[in-house]
Design a protein. Structure first.
Lengths: 541, 416
């Protein structure tokens, strides 16, 4: 069967998902193709920082302005993915306090609210902040959950007719006699089956992998792979984002994200052929710890859950060895005009914060080429889970539960699920009391939530489930939950591969993140985990 | 590995949890109450969420008995019970109601009730009164308050024992607690008899407040802290004069040693080692040969010893057990460690009664199986619970020792 679409989008990160949604909302027939899982690339490997733009105010005005606009939009359309924590830019005794003035002026010029506050006030607002600070500026930073954000975009895209294929890698383009790109050749990475899909236009939203995708079309997008490493701590020590008020450097942002907090990042150019296998080095761990402790001294005495690294899809311009001074600005390329290759658009550069704007640019360009008039509505239309009209209903439901329940409130896992899925959490089937049993105890994921994820959120293995629900992201890193979840996936017939292989690869992936910080409690936990899996469950190898 | 990594040892006690879940296995509440999330969930797991946002506090935490059995079970030394109590104190909505305040102020209520004891005791035993308290206050109708004494222990001590104490050079300070003072002075008298016979003089504190355990359990933290500060001041004075401070209640001791620093933030490190149960104090003197105990040969009893949860937390039941074993006519069975279910004021509350009795059942059954003449235990609320639930008499080991003691022979052996 030949499949025809208006648009094929390559890449299931925030940008690809956002573009699929935007295109679908404008009435286009969309196919999104992702070689692994949604959020498998840089989208799932960043700070989860809802930038106010202040970080770029001095060095990159354009990005700063984009950030603050998108920041305000996301607070509106993606309420359940965003946490309004507020942020501080602190000046430490080592830093130049004169920079603060320049910083505030630049913020105000970019439209970012920036209030200079007294160091004592900063200590009161955020008790974990380095008490030696000599200056502080309050900005509208926040936290954003990239997994939820991407999933919500995917759900809305599919609600508007988009089709989605995960675990399908684009291996080549289909061209007509004139060299115009008219579709893609895909390989199902699980079955190995090769298939084709046709469209009027293809949008390359592959992030750093977009370089490779472009090369399949014979065009060159010169990417600059900049590795950024981060550490995840066991619990929140701060409830506000803490930044260093100086020129952007290593490990100068501490973000509270859901139940944890993250310190990052580093920035180093890496060879393009290493981007599929990022490992965090001891030197990176060291610099993240020592610089992080300057923001919040308690970090030095806080358990580290794991380390990970992502690769920024920066587009190279001049000769900058670190990539710090490359603009985070959006790059939207029409390869027809640029390279003479009809039918292909590349959307790249940018950042998680500007994913929606990137999608808008790419979709605008696609619509122009296809002669479609529809206007972009993604800046106003809330994502599934964040509908404002649903808020009242949710309250009523709470009241009903309150009346019914002896404990007069939602259980912790129900509250957690509400936080994760917003108004969509109503779709979780709470009728069966057995559904209240916990699968993941650290992150409060219940059986009912897992079943919901399997039904609605495109879950085919444990890794998918983790990204959709936080299952396995907590303190024990899959020790208690992975086995239970594997059983549920198998029972529901949702696991597409062998369950034991899936379990093993999930546990190994957890260990990969734990090993760079494998000491103290994290090492104990890992040892206990290996006893459980090998000794109790008899799972070797 | 760098120096930083060596020093990256978490200062947050709950992060030492490796999720082994043995605490939940040992939790007496989890076993009977499906509404309670269990110590792991309520403690270290829940704490991460509460740090994120305080409204993740779950009212189900009020089902925690504060028995600390989770802490005894934990291989990683996580203070699970403390985390739960702390959350209860910091995040629970609203202030304590009339009932909780009444139950918590054991000394205040006791002070009033002892003056009117015949009337109060009579009234509290009337079925319509119990029913009314059940309906209006939420104190379960199946419960009977322990009888109040017409004459407080301190009054007796001042009139009949104080002078005698001057004869002794070796002295110890006795923290009698609310129960001995207002309900059961006999236990205090037994202790004085026992210590005096061994040549040890008893001092009382100049100003003794309730240890505060009931206030902590009922979230009256300011009141608990005020009382604790007075007690600590008195303890410091006693220790400065060379005395240890002892009590006949394991819970009072656990509270003053551990809850003061952990829950109320009052540092007691300078005197903590001097605060101990009466049986530990006595046993150590016997063990060192400093004192001798001589018992009546005709004191013949079958005794079953029940370890109170807070005694298990202290790790000191061994002292009570070994002392009881010294009595030649005693046939002692040590019961498996099971919570009796009352946990102080907890079991008096209507919403907890059912669970309280369900928790205690294992203990009640094991007592019935041994069928002893007396049940021995170091905790007064265990005594109430057992006596309210099954037809066995319960005594503090100190009372049993005092009963069995041959006073004259003991005095002679200690050269008094």
């Amino acid at each position: 069967m030949i499949k025809n679409y208006d648009i094929i989008i390559i890449g299931g990160g925030a940008t690809g998902a956002g573009t699929a949604r935007d295109c679908a909302l404008r009435g286009l027939k969309v196919l999104l193709v992702e070689r692994l899982d949604f959020t498998a690339g840089a989208t799932g490997r960043n700070h989860g920082l809802l930038h106010s733009g202040a970080r770029y105010a001095v060095t990159d005005r354009e990005s700063a302005t984009e950030c603050i606009k998108e920041n305000m939009i996301l607070r509106d359309i993606a309420r359940h993915c965003v946490e309004d924590t507020g942020g501080l830019f602190i000046t430490l005794p080592d830093d130049d306090l004169d920079y603060q003035k320049k910083f505030v002026d630049s913020c105000l010029a970019a439209g970012i609210q920036a209030d200079v506050i007294d160091p004592a006030e900063a200590r009161r607002l955020e008790p974990s902040v380095n008490p030696d600070l000599i200056g502080a500026v309050k900005v509208p930073d926040g936290a954003v959950d990239p997994f939820r954000l991407t999933t919500a975009n995917i759900i809305d895209a599919t609600r508007h007719g988009a089709e989605v294929l995960t675990y399908h890698e684009v291996t080549d383009f289909v061209r007509d006699g004139g060299g115009r790109i008219t579709g893609v050749v895909m390989r199902d990475s699980r079955s190995g089956a090769v298939s084709k899909a046709y469209s009027q236009l293809v949008i390359n939203a592959g992030g750093i992998w977009g370089h490779h995708i472009a090369s399949l079309a014979g065009v060159n997008v010169n990417m600059f792979p900049a590795k950024g490493a981060l550490l995840i701590f066991g619990h929140r020590i701060n409830n506000m984002v803490i930044n260093r008020c100086r020129k952007p450097a290593n490990a100068d942002i501490l973000v509270p994200g859901d139940t944890i907090c993250l310190i990052g990042t580093t920035s180093d150019r890496v060879p393009y052929d290493s981007i599929d296998n990022m490992e965090v080095t001891p030197a990176e761990v060291d610099i993240l710890m020592s610089e992080g402790a300057k923001l919040a001294p308690a970090l030095a005495k806080t358990r580290i859950l794991r380390a990970y690294a992502g690769v920024r899809p920066l587009v190279a311009s001049d000769d900058d060895p670190s990539g710090r001074s490359i603009s985070r600005g959006i790059v939207c390329l029409d390869h027809a005009g640029r390279d003479g290759v009809e039918g292909l658009i590349t959307i790249t550069g940018g950042k998680l914060m500007t994913y929606r704007l990137m999608a808008e640019w790419a979709t605008d360009m696609a619509c122009r080429k296809l002669g479609v008039e529809a206007k972009c509505v993604t800046a106003r239309q809330p994502l599934p889970g964040s509908e404002p009209s649903e808020v009242k209903k949710q309250r009523r439901l709470k009241g009903w539960r309150r009346a019914k329940s002896h404990i007069i409130e939602l259980s912790t896992d129900q509250k957690a699920a509400e936080g994760r899925h917003g108004t969509m959490s109503r779709e979780i089937d709470r009728k069966d009391p057995a559904g209240e049993s916990l699968v993941c105890e650290c992150e409060q994921v219940s059986v009912a939530e897992v079943k919901y994820a399997i039904d609605v959120l495109h879950v085919h293995n444990l890794l998918n489930l983790r990204r959709r629900t936080r299952m396995g992201m907590g303190t024990c890193q899959g020790q208690l939950c992975a086995c239970r979840a594997a059983g549920l996936l198998a029972g529901e017939g949702a696991c597409t591969g062998d369950s034991l292989d899936d379990l093993a690869s999930f546990i190994n992936e957890r260990w990969k993140g734990m090993s760079p910080v494998g000491w103290g409690e994290t090492l104990e936990e890992a040892q206990f985990m290996s006893w459980l899996y090998e000794g109790v469950a008899g799972l070797y190898d | 590995m760098s120096i930083q990594q060596f020093s990256n040892i978490s200062s947050n006690n709950f992060e030492q949890c490796v999720k082994c879940t043995v605490c939940t296995v040992y939790c007496p509440v989890t076993a009977v109450n499906p509404l309670y999330p269990g110590p792991k969930q309520a403690g270290p797991d829940g704490e991460r969420y509460r740090l994120k946002r305080s409204d993740f506090y779950n009212e189900a935490l009020k089902y925690c008995l504060n028995c600390k059995r989770c802490e005894v079970a934990c291989p990683s030394g996580v203070r699970i019970g403390d985390i739960i109590q702390q959350a209860h104190m910091n995040y629970s909505h609203g202030s304590a109601g009339v009932r909780d305040r009444m139950l918590a102020h054991t000394d205040l209520m006791g002070g009033i009730a002892t003056r009117l004891s015949p009337t109060v005791n009579g009234i509290l035993r009337l079925t319509p009164v119990k029913l009314a308290m059940d309906l209006t206050l939420g104190i379960d109708r199946h419960r009977t308050f322990p009888a109040y004494t017409p004459r407080k222990f301190t009054t007796w001590f001042r009139r009949h024992a104080l002078k005698r104490q001057d004869r002794f050079t070796r002295r110890v300070t006795y923290f009698h607690g609310c129960y001995v003072n207002y309900n059961f002075p006999r236990l205090g008298k037994d202790l004085v008899k026992l210590l005096n016979a061994c040549g040890i003089g008893v001092d009382l504190m100049k100003d003794e407040k309730c240890c505060g355990v009931a206030r902590i359990a009922n979230r009256l933290i300011k009141q608990a802290t005020d009382a604790a500060k007075v007690n600590l001041r008195e303890i410091r004075a006693a220790v400065a004069s060379g005395n240890d401070v002892i009590a006949t209640s394991s819970t009072c001791i656990m509270t003053m040693r551990d809850e003061y620093p952990h829950l109320l933030g009052l540092d007691n490190a300078d005197v903590r080692d001097h605060i101990m149960t009466a049986t530990r104090y006595l046993y150590r003197l016997v063990e060192n040969g400093d004192i001798k105990l001589v018992f009546k040969p005709d004191y013949l009893r079958r005794i079953a010893y029940h370890t109170p949860c807070h005694m298990a937390k202290l790790g000191w039941s061994v002292y009570s057990i070994e002392l009881l074993k010294l009595i030649p006519g005693v046939e002692l069975s040590v019961l498996d460690v099971n919570c009796c279910g009352i946990a102080g004021t907890y079991g008096f509350k209507k919403e907890n009664y059912r669970y309280s009795q369900a928790i205690g059942k294992t203990l009640f059954d094991s007592i019935a199986q041994v069928n002893p003449d007396i049940v021995a235990t170091d905790c007064e609320t265990c005594k109430w619970q057992i006596e309210m639930s099954i037809p066995y008499r319960v005594s503090n080991p100190i009372s049993i020792l005092a009963d069995a003691l041959d006073v004259e022979a003991t005095r002679a052996a200690n050269n008094i």
